[in-house]
Design a protein around this ligand. Structure first.
Ligand SMILES: NC(=O)c1ccc[n+]([C@@H]2O[C@H](COP(=O)([O-])OP(=O)(O)OC[C@H]3O[C@@H](n4cnc5c(N)ncnc54)[C@H](O)[C@@H]3O)[C@@H](O)[C@H]2O)c1
Length: 357
């Protein structure tokens, strides 16, 4: 089976690629524009393998996408490429509209044309999996039941509005053209190799650097957490075994207030990195509360009964074990995130000497 993965150099995409490549009889074409959020180093272990190919391209570039479909003739698409950072969507929504809405429509159009030209057997087996987000449903009060596959859309940020739009496009292609999609909603992720600006990496890196740990508002916003390798396994289950036209919620059954998550990171660091930066008595002393994000959703939670029942998937890692592995990874791989923070990685990607102006 050959899968075309968009955004395979990103946080979740790289976990999906690594999992797929390790499976017998599977090959992967990774299509990624390599934005600030990408890091091909996450894929060093597979880059040389014969069942892996990389194409640097923008999903919104129709000519490039048509060419990629023609040359690689995939059996399925896993669409993860997106602008994904909520704070960036507040500062600059245009890129989110461009990639998440326009880019998804171009990708859908190219994939649909390619699919229409396939022979009957290959067309029947073809799948287009779109990775969405729980944020498309807006937020929940503390005592409301978790989001299900039937929850009405009510996005709050430019990021979630653009993801809601891309969901609607994928559904419209299914309803109008019979274009075969199972798609899914998901939640926050834990793991090594998330871009350093996101909550978990930011807290770990700031703590071991002796910098403040900025928590929005009073830290009472609740998120549900899932270790990214569990998530990759869920996505692969959905694309390979999910029913066409269905949506599957994926979550970790691990709701946690942001402040409790940050305290848990500090506690983990006390164990794994007891040698603290000068002047820091306890990592938790670095916690500072900052002005809340505009329109900050209070709580996300998803009900995963359907995927558990139909596909037999359930998370293997708990919040505690996933967090332990994540903290350990950042401690063991300083070079990885330091290169991103000081810009070395981008220079290398451009083929410039390290330290060049
Ligand atoms: N990380 C999370 O917690 C989370 C939560 C909810 C939903 N999601 C969704 O999961 C998917 C993957 O998220 P992630 O955290 O891995 O994102 P990420 O930001 O880490 O990676 C996105 C990848 O897409 C690539 N990309 C961006 N624009 C592109 C374009 N126009 N053409 C081709 N490639 C492009 C980037 O270079 C990057 O490699 C996204 O659709 C995101 O909305 C993620």
């Amino acid at each position: 089976m050959k899968l075309l993965v968009t955004g395979g150099a990103g946080f979740i995409g790289s976990a999906v690629v690594l999992d797929l490549i390790a499976r017998a009889g599977v090959s992967v074409v990774n299509v990624d524009k390599l934005t600030y959020a990408a890091n091909l180093r996450s894929l060093d272990a597979v880059a040389h393998l014969p069942n892996y190919a990389f194409e640097q391209a923008d999903i919104g570039d129709a000519a490039a996408m048509v060419d990629i479909f023609e040359r690689h003739t995939p059996d399925a698409v896993m669409h993860l490429a997106a602008e994904s950072h909520v704070d960036r969507s507040i500062d600059g929504p245009a890129a989110f509209v461009q990639t998440n809405i326009v880019g998804t429509s171009v990708l859908l159009d190219c994939a649909h044309r390619y699919w229409s030209g396939l022979d009957e057997e290959k067309r029947q087996g073809f799948r287009f999996l779109h990775i969405s987000t729980d944020e498309v449903f807006g937020d929940l009060d503390a005592d409301e039941p978790a989001f299900t596959e039937e929850t009405r859309y009510a996005p709050s940020s430019p990021d979630s509005a653009s993801k809601a739009s891309s969901d609607h496009l994928v559904r419209a292609w299914y309803r109008t053209y019979g274009f075969p999609r199972p798609d899914h909603q998901l939640l926050e992720q834990l793991r090594a190799t998330a871009f350093p600006g996101k909550l978990v990496p930011l807290m770990i890196i700031n703590a071991i650097s002796g910098k403040p740990l900025p928590v929005y508002g009073d830290g009472s916003n609740i998120r549900d957490w899932l270790y990214v390798e569990d998530h990759a396994r869920a996505l692969i289950n959905v694309v390979m075994r999910g029913r066409v036209g269905e949506t599957y919620m994926i979550g970790g059954k691990s709701e946690c207030r942001n402040i409790d998550l940050v305290r848990a990171i500090c506690a983990e660091l006390e164990v794994q990195a007891p040698q603290k930066p000068t002047g820091v008595a306890n990592y938790a002393d670095l916690i500072t509360f900052v002005t809340d994000r505009p329109g900050h959703d209070r709580r996300y939670a998803v009900d995963i009964a359907k995927i558990e029942r139909e596909l037999g998937w359930a998370p293997r890692d708990s919040l505690q074990s996933g967090l332990g592995k994540t903290v350990g990874w950042f401690l063991d791989n300083r070079q990885w995130w330091e290169d991103i923070l000081n810009g070395t990685y981008k220079l290398e990607r451009l083929g410039l000497a390290v330290g060049a102006k």
